[in-house]
Every structure is written in C-alpha cells, then in structure tokens.
Design a protein around this ligand. Structure first.
Ligand SMILES: [Mg+2]
Length: 409
C-alpha cells in the first residue's frame, strides 16, 4: 500500500478555544497575547459558568489600550485580515487594528482542548505524532479510509469528529510523507483538506517559496535567495554536488531530497512531551550587572515554575537548558546534562546556573527561559553509575543570586 501521511493543524487554536467561551466575539478581530490570565479571574468557575457568554462586547479590552511589550500568540482570521499575526508586538498590532479585542492566554484551557482533540484522533488512527499543542502527524497508510480518495475520506471523518466533540476546526494535508503533508495542511486553511500525490509536485509544490519547507529557516532562506533561489522549483534545478558545495554534505543532500518531495521519516508515536519549558519577556530590558537581584529572582522563579510544571505533569528531566534573548533580539541557548533525572527546583536552578556561565551577559536582556528535556516518568528512571553528582547538586541551597562564586546575576 502506498504511504499516506497526514498533517493536522488546528485553526487559530488559542483564539478558537477562547471563542468557545466567548461566542459573542465570533466574527470579530480577536488576538491572544500579553499577560497570562490572573489566577483570581478563574477562582470561581462555577459562578462564571454560562455568564461568560453574556459579557457585553464593549466590556472587552481593546488592543489600542494595551501598553507593554507583549507579542501576539494567536490572531483570529478576522484579525489576520488586518495583517496582524503571531509574534507581532501588541503595540505594533494596535496601529494596524486598534479595535481588535485582546484576551490573555489561558494555557491550562488550551492544554485541555489539546488533549481532547488528540485523544479523538488516536481513537480513529492509532499512529499519531505529537508536534506541539495544536498539531500532529498521523499515519493514514493502514487505517480504514486512509487510502480512499487519497486519504480524504479519513481526513473528513477526523475533522468532523473533532468538530462534533469540541466545536473546533482544523486543516489537514494528506501526502506521501511528512514533508509534503506539512505543506499541504496550509493550502486550504481554515477547515480545509488538501490531498497531495507524487504527481502534484511540480504544479503545487515547486511554485512555493523555499521557506515553506519545514527545516528551511530564515537564515538558510536568505542564503538561498542570495544565490538566486526563490522557489522549491528553483531548488530542484540545482544538482546535488552544487547544493553540497554551498550548504555542506548533510544540509545539501537533505535539500536535494526535499526539493523532490522525498522524505522517509516515520510517524513516531510519542506519548510524552519532548520538553517542558518556562520563559518570560521582561517589561523592560534588564542588565546582568545593574539588575542582578531582579534577574536572579526571575531566574529562580522560572526554575521553580518549571519544577512545578514537571511535577504536575508527572515527569522528570535529564537535560536542563536556558534561553536568552538579547535586546537586539538575538537568541542564545545552552544545555546541560544531569547525572540523574530530576523535577527538583534547586537541582534545576543549579544546572541552569551552569548553563548561564557559558553565555556572555554583556548585553541587556529581553527574555529569559528555562527548559527541561529528555523527559521520563519518575518510575522509569534508571539509576545511573554517577548518581553522586546529582546528590551533590541537590544539596546546593536555592538562592536567587548564585553570587557565592561572584559571577551570575
Ligand atoms: Mg495551528
């Protein structure tokens, strides 16, 4: 049987989840971003039940009244018509669409719906690969209906099942592999299905910008453009050796295959997240020296939140990473492996502190993040030969400034 792989992407996911509880905002420009929802706003959900949909539209905050440095996480399709979308600064977006309604992100709610839609898919098609809160790959090859009309029959069933159970729409691309399916899911958004076969390569894939290939980022794309390559079709005109000469053995060979729509990566069922992270964008840029105490406190709090996220979700992590964004938006990350898996805030803080030592802190900072990877369930944790290092790390007292050695924050 020919391989059929689907990529499913929820439509404007965060905004769509918000519209479920605020149906009065349907058809309006809505953006999600800025501060997280305050805990006290949701302390009494029972009292609020049903009343959320009665809040007058005029009561909702507008983008034009926002001050701060938050960015948009999701914009409704109505808002996108004004040219605003993910990662755009809220104050910049306000100039394009001042009347848009601004809602804070409620990740607990989005996770709930994320689990719900993924469970629905898994009941229909067992091989599902989690690609984040709002997207998955699904192996259609051997699922009933997965080959009919190139996969359209199964895609339609999944779309309808998700909508009936949650009220949310999604877009699905079905193709011979993940690479093409990912591109196809964007063709008919929102609430669309696109079926791609090998024969569609020239007509549907080659006219697309190289940037549409998952794996060609802005840097590589700029380099390709410099070399006169705009579209995937242009890329397919170059021979293998030319690509290897310009982009190295690995990337060059991969590009050669990608331009021909070839990709044999399997759909991997992963029942657990790859990593858990916490990050924060500061209200103002902070400097490692001048704002040492403040940064130290933020850093410690992120580690505590990360530890608590791990504990809530029931994971322990073995690699601890940090992410910094400088005032000029350049981003750096560092990672540190632990001897043993952990969900302990002080162990995480210590490892994250070691990562920080490997980064230049001369420039002011905009954002700080901490991440735990190589996750396992605590029970699955195998004792490793050198557990003593972790034991030592555990005994490090948790302090906001690791200034004992006169260095950080
Ligand atoms: Mg999406």
């Amino acid at each position: 049987m020919p391989r059929r792989v689907a990529h499913l992407d929820m439509d404007a996911f965060y905004a769509s989840v918000e519209l479920l509880r605020y149906p009065q905002l349907r058809g309006r420009a809505v953006v999600i971003g800025g501060a997280r929802r305050l805990a006290d706003e949701v302390t009494d959900p029972a009292r609020l039940e049903g009343s959320l949909s009665r809040i007058a539209v005029s009561e909702f905050p507008r983008l034009k009244d926002y001050t701060g440095r938050g960015v948009i996480t999701t914009a409704s399709y109505e808002a996108r018509r004004f040219g605003i979308g993910s990662a755009l600064g809220l104050m910049k977006a306000a100039r394009l669409c001042p009347q848009a309604i601004l809602l804070p992100a409620d990740f607990a709610e989005y996770r709930k719906y994320s689990h719900a839609f993924k469970n629905i898919i898994a009941e229909i098609a067992p091989i599902v690969e989690d690609r984040g809160i709002d997207e998955v790959y699904i192996d259609f090859t051997e699922v009933p209906g997965g080959q009919r009309e190139g996969g359209r029959v199964l895609a339609r069933l999944i779309q309808k099942s998700i909508f009936d159970a949650t009220g949310l729409t999604c877009s699905i691309g079905v193709a011979p592999n993940k690479l093409l399916a990912k591109m196809a899911s964007e063709f008919r958004k929102p609430n669309g299905i696109s079926i791609l076969t090998e024969g569609d390569l020239q007509a549907k894939i080659w006219p697309l910008a190289c940037r549409k290939v998952n794996g060609i980022g802005p840097k590589t794309d700029a380099e390709l453009q410099r070399l006169g390559i705009q579209t995937i079709g242009d890329l397919a005109q170059r021979d293998l050796q030319w690509l290897i000469d310009h982009f190295g053995q690995k990337t060059g060979a991969w590009m050669y295959e990608a331009a021909r729509g070839r990709d044999d990566r399997p759909v991997v069922t992963n029942s657990q997240p790859v990593s858990v992270s916490r990050e924060t964008t500061f209200a103002q840029n902070l400097h490692a020296q001048r704002n040492k105490a403040e940064l130290g406190a933020i850093f410690t709090r992120l580690c505590q939140q990360l530890a608590s996220d791990l504990q809530t979700k029931g994971y322990v992590g073995k690699t601890i990473g940090i992410k910094l964004r400088y005032a000029d938006f350049k981003c750096v990350t560092r990672e540190q492996s632990l001897a043993c898996h952990t969900a302990d805030a002080s162990v995480i803080r210590h490892a994250a502190g070691l990562c920080l030592k490997r980064i230049s802190l001369a420039q002011p900072l905009r954002l700080l993040g901490v991440r735990a990877g190589a996750l396992r369930r605590p029970g699955e944790c195998v004792a490793e030969p050198d557990a003593s290092a972790a034991a030592k790390a555990t005994s490090v007292p948790m302090t906001d400034s690791m200034s004992a050695d006169g260095q950080l924050f």
